[in-house]
Design a protein around this ligand. Structure first.
Ligand SMILES: [Zn+2]
Length: 195
């Protein structure tokens, strides 16, 4: 975790702004990290219109897929996502943001590693997505849902990790959107049960 965050939030990446060579360095890093974990990375290229000056730049979502093993349940996909971009440099100041969202990106890579090692025990399929240009108006995730390579009906759950670098005042990790889950799922999640 620490190594990922130190890299992603380093000054040399200048705040991971879409359209910069540093943003592409992050993309290359994520691609090679997926490969290290035996997950074939797919790059989804798209154009992002920047809030700062309305210019259009090229950036990417990085996608990895691990197929489940259950003949029926493998058609159900669990999506784990995190955006890797940030705000770049403003008024000479680098917006490194280790929390938003080097933390979520690092968590995504670590979880991908664990899931990949245990892929034989997976029933459902898992899709990992590192989203680009989220700070410019959720552009990466919008592009993904508008250009899917499979029917979105297969997605049963999406967990987005954003700013997971610290606990709240009650020392809890905060999970938003539970009300969107079915009652059984949310109760079990609250109890920490897996079944
Ligand atoms: Zn964020």
């Amino acid at each position: 975790m620490t190594a990922h965050i130190q890299f992603l939030a380093s000054d040399s990446l200048k705040g991971r702004y879409p359209g910069t060579s540093e943003n592409k360095m992050v993309v290359n890093y994520l691609e090679s990290e997926f490969q290290k974990n035996n997950i074939t990375p797919q790059l989804q290229e798209f154009n992002a219109v920047l809030k700062r000056d309305s210019s259009t730049v090229k950036t990417w979502n990085i996608i990895g897929f691990i197929e489940g093993n259950d003949p029926r349940l493998k058609d159900e996909i669990i999506v784990l996502g995190a955006h890797y971009d940030h705000l770049g440099v403003k008024d000479g100041q680098i917006y490194n943001d280790a929390d938003d969202n080097a933390s979520g990106t690092a968590a995504l890579l670590e979880i991908a590693e664990r899931v990949s090692v245990n892929r034989k025990s997976l029933k459902r399929s898992v899709l990992f997505i590192a989203f680009g240009a989220e700070e410019q108006g959720l552009l990466g995730s919008s592009y993904f849902v508008n250009h899917p390579s499979f029917s979105l009906k297969h997605i049963k759950l999406m967990i987005n990790m954003d700013m997971v670098g610290h606990l709240n005042e009650q020392q809890q990790l905060y999970m938003g959107g539970c009300r969107n889950l079915s009652r059984r799922v949310s109760v079990n999640a609250a109890l920490g049960k897996t079944k």
